[in-house]
Design a protein around this ligand. Structure first.
Ligand code: FSX
Ligand code: SF4
Ligand code: F3S
Length: 358
């Protein structure tokens, strides 16, 4: 088996100083949710761990996941791509193309069997005639590469759940990649696309610690998917006060009121948008005036219609009625909060149940 450079060696080769390297490790420790004092763990790992060969496969997708990934601000994409991993195959980022790049995939399979990681975006069609890459069935290539991989990262809602291609009537018979994986561990990083820093954070964690971060019952990293958008939403005070946008151009919209009545799915969507935000922390859909459409949830394309108020929060049977909660604003504050709190308890129970059912 060929030896890859350590992350530290690669960083020095790419012109980093020791000081730059230590700074990178401290920042990375913060992204991984470690205490400042634990950054020496990251330094040690980066000095000894060799770069991991990565094969980035694309199936039925829109390339939005790659587009998101290359915009990561912490860890910076270039540091992930140049120092932590050795990206051996990517339709978007590899310099070679055609048979040349297809043969590098074959080479990785031979040289690093059991060691390489596969990152996947896109779903896989049941019928081979819908997708071939390099003249071969994409499904067969994936199955073979998956068997030789150490781990698989499913980036995006398409590879995690089926995504847009699997939306009704699912003409290609699209399935999530887990339908074709037998024994290799898979981590799901859903979102259409996922947040850049979540994407790089997950891969950085795996490379630093040589294992997956803690996963929830659906296989998603808990550190990024443990909260509903609604739990951390910047408009949440308006929900609790019963102040809602009724139409996109009304006074409530100008005031930044809650978007529940114009279809927000934040109450049933698990993702880090409200905490981490997008584009290096600048904003996220709700902050920018658009309801959450639940893009990280299973089957979200069919969970519509988008932008229409939901009679009740689906899948949870929560009995919160925004009109009743609205009474809180007229003086029934305590009662309103009680209604809401009860709703949240019900939601929590149902969520726990949801996990058992799925
Ligand atoms: Fe799917 Fe990735 Fe949506 Fe696109 O490629 S998760 S369609 S944003 O980006 O696979
Ligand atoms: Fe935020 Fe949507 Fe919840 Fe309103 S319903 S508080 S906009 S997540
Ligand atoms: Fe998607 Fe909702 Fe975040 S639509 S990007 S999960 S706010």
């Amino acid at each position: 088996m060929k030896r890859q450079k350590t992350v530290y060696e690669a960083a020095i080769d790419h012109g980093f100083t020791r000081r730059d390297f230590l700074k990178m490790c401290t920042a990375l420790a913060a992204t991984l949710g470690l205490e400042y004092t634990q950054s020496d763990k990251v330094v040690k790992a980066m000095e000894t761990n060799t770069r991991v060969p990565v094969i980035w496969m694309q199936f039925q997708d829109c390339t939005g996941c790659s587009e998101s990934f290359i915009r990561s601000s912490q860890p910076k994409t270039e540091s992930v791509l140049l120092d932590m991993i050795s990206l051996e195959y990517s339709e978007v980022l590899s310099a070679p193309s055609g048979f040349q790049v297809e043969s590098s995939m074959e080479q990785v399979y031979k040289d690093y069997k059991g060691e390489y990681i596969i990152a996947v975006e896109g779903s896989i069609p049941d019928d081979d005639s819908f997708l071939s890459v390099g003249g071969k069935s994409a499904k067969d290539t994936f199955i073979k590469m998956a068997e030789g991989a150490k781990a698989i990262i499913a980036y995006g809602s398409c590879s995690s759940w089926g995504g847009v291609a699997a939306a009704y009537p699912n003409p290609t018979g699209a399935k999530p990649i887990t339908a074709h994986v037998k024994n290799t561990p898979v981590i799901l990083v859903p979102g259409c696309p996922p947040i850049a820093e979540v994407m790089t954070g997950v891969i950085a964690y795996i490379i630093t610690f040589g294992k997956f971060p803690e996963l929830d019952h659906l296989g998603r990293p808990t550190s990024f998917y443990r909260h509903r958008i609604h739990d951390k939403c910047n408009r949440r005070a308006y929900f609790d006060a019963g102040l809602f946008v009724e139409n996109f151009d009304d006074e409530g919209a100008k005031q930044g009121y809650c978007l529940y009545k114009v279809g927000c799915k934040g109450p049933t969507t698990y993702n880090s948008c409200a905490e981490m935000r997008w584009n290096g922390g600048v904003s996220y859909p709700i902050q920018s005036g658009n309801p959450c459409i639940g893009c990280s949830e299973k089957g979200f394309w069919d969970n519509g219609p988008f932008f229409e108020r939901r009679a009740k929060i689906p899948g949870t049977q929560t009995t919160i009625n925004p009109d009743e909660v609205g009474l809180a604003a007229l003086g029934l504050t305590a009662a309103g909060i009680a209604v809401h709190a009860a709703g949240t308890v019900v939601k929590k129970k149902k969520d726990d149940k949801r996990g058992e059912e799925e």
